[in-house]
Design a protein around this ligand. Structure first.
Ligand SMILES: C[S@@+](CC[C@H](N)C(=O)[O-])C[C@H]1O[C@@H](n2cnc3c(N)ncnc32)[C@H](O)[C@@H]1O
Length: 285
C-alpha cells in the first residue's frame, strides 16, 4: 500500500490534474522493471505521468496513490493496460535502411547457399511494435524470385498487445509508406475508400504475430537464421541485456545474424557475436 503521508509531488504539480508523489513514481518504476524489464529513469517522469494519466481518467481515479494501490492490490486487472501505456512503440517501414540492404545483398544470398538442402529460413522480429519491421523484412524476402517454393517464416513478437493487433491487421495510414523504397511499393495496396494502405497477402502470409514478453519463457522450438531486435534493449538495464543477448545466441543457428538498433551495441554486453559493422552481428559461438 502507498503511504499517503509521503506527499512530495513530482514536477509542477500545481498545474497537474493528478497528484503524483516521488513514492508513487518509485512504485511505478519498480513494477515497470518487474513486468517489462523497462528501466525508467527519473527524466522519464513527465512522459510516464502523461501516459498513465489517461489510465487514471479512464478508471475514474483521483490521484496516483489510488492507481499504485490498484497496481499492487489487483495487478492482473491493470497489467495489460499499464504495460501498453509505458512501452515506446516508435517504428517505421525500412527504418535503418542499411540493415535491409545488407539483408538483400549479403545475408539472403548466403542463406540460399547454406540452406539449399532444407530450403527453409526462419527469422524473428523481437519487439516488432506495429509490424513495420517484420513487413519490411518480408518484402525483402519476397523480392527474391529464386526463393519461390522456399519455406520462409517470420515470427513477429511484442510485449504490447495493442501493437501486435495492429501489426496483424496490416493496415497503415498512407503517409507511413511514403519513405518506402520504390522496389518495395508493389507490396502495398491502396484502399480506395480511406487514406490507408494494406500490405498484400503474399507478404502477410510469411508472418505470424504473437504477444511475447522477452523476459519470460520463450515457447518457440527450433532455431532462427536471423534475429532482429532493434531499439528494444535501450530501455533495459545491463544485466537484462546480457541475459537477453545470451539467449538470442542460443536461439540462433551457427553464423546466424543479429540486427540491433542504431544506438545499441554489444560491447561489454556479450562476446558471443562478431560485429559485421553498423549494428549487424554474426553469432560467434
Ligand atoms: C521502439 S519499439 C522498436 C520497434 C522496431 N523494432 C523498430 O526498431 O522499429 C520497441 C518495442 O519493444 C517492445 N518491448 C519493450 N519491452 C519489451 C519486452 N520486455 N518484451 C517484448 N517487447 C518489448 C515495446 O513494446 C516496443 O514496441
Amino acid at each position: 500500500m502507498v503511504n499517503p503521508s509521503r506527499t512530495a509531488v513530482v514536477g509542477d504539480h500545481e498545474a497537474r490534474e493528478f497528484p503524483m508523489s516521488i513514492a508513487n513514481f518509485e512504485i511505478i518504476k519498480r513494477i515497470a522493471m518487474e513486468w517489462t524489464g523497462i528501466s525508467l529513469s527519473d527524466h522519464k517522469r513527465n512522459m510516464i505521468y502523461g501516459r498513465l494519466s489517461r489510465r487514471l481518467r479512464a478508471l475514474g481515479l483521483s490521484d496516483f496513490n489510488q492507481y499504485c494501490n490498484l497496481l499492487e492490490a489487483s495487478p492482473a486487472a491493470e497489467k495489460t493496460e499499464f504495460i501498453n501505456s509505458i512501452t515506446t512503440n516508435l517504428t517505421a517501414f525500412f527504418r535503418e535502411i542499411h540493415h535491409f540492404e545488407y539483408l538483400a545483398r549479403t545475408v539472403i544470398p548466403n542463406l540460399m547457399r547454406a540452406n539449399a538442402a532444407s530450403r527453409k529460413i526462419r527469422i524473428w522480429s523481437a519487439g516488432c511494435s506495429t509490424g513495420e519491421e517484420p513487413y519490411s523484412i518480408a518484402m525483402v524476402f519476397k523480392s527474391f524470385s529464386a526463393l519461390k517454393g522456399w519455406d520462409v517464416k517470420i515470427l513477429a513478437t511484442d510485449l504490447d498487445s495493442n501493437v501486435v493487433a495492429k501489426g496483424a491487421g496490416a493496415v497503415y495510414p498512407i503517409d507511413r509508406a511514403e519513405g518506402v523504397p520504390d522496389k518495395y511499393r508493389q507490396f502495398f495496396k491502396r484502399d480506395k475508400t480511406s487514406n490507408n494502405v494494406q500490405i498484400k497477402d503474399s507478404v502477410r502470409e510469411l508472418i505470424r504475430f504473437r504477444q511475447l514478453n522477452l523476459l519470460h519463457e520463450w515457447p518457440m522450438r527450433g532455431s532462427f537464421d536471423i534475429i532482429f531486435c532493434r531499439n528494444v534493449v535501450i530501455y533495459f538495464d545491463l544485466p537484462t541485456q546480457k541475459k537477453l543477448f545470451n539467449r538470442y545466441a542460443d536461439m540462433l543457428v551457427d553464423n546466424g545474424h543479429l540486427f540491433i538498433g542504431h544506438s545499441e551495441n554489444l560491447y561489454k554486453v556479450t562476446d558471443r557475436f562478431n560485429s559485421m559493422g553498423r549494428t549487424i552481428y554474426q553469432k560467434a559461438y
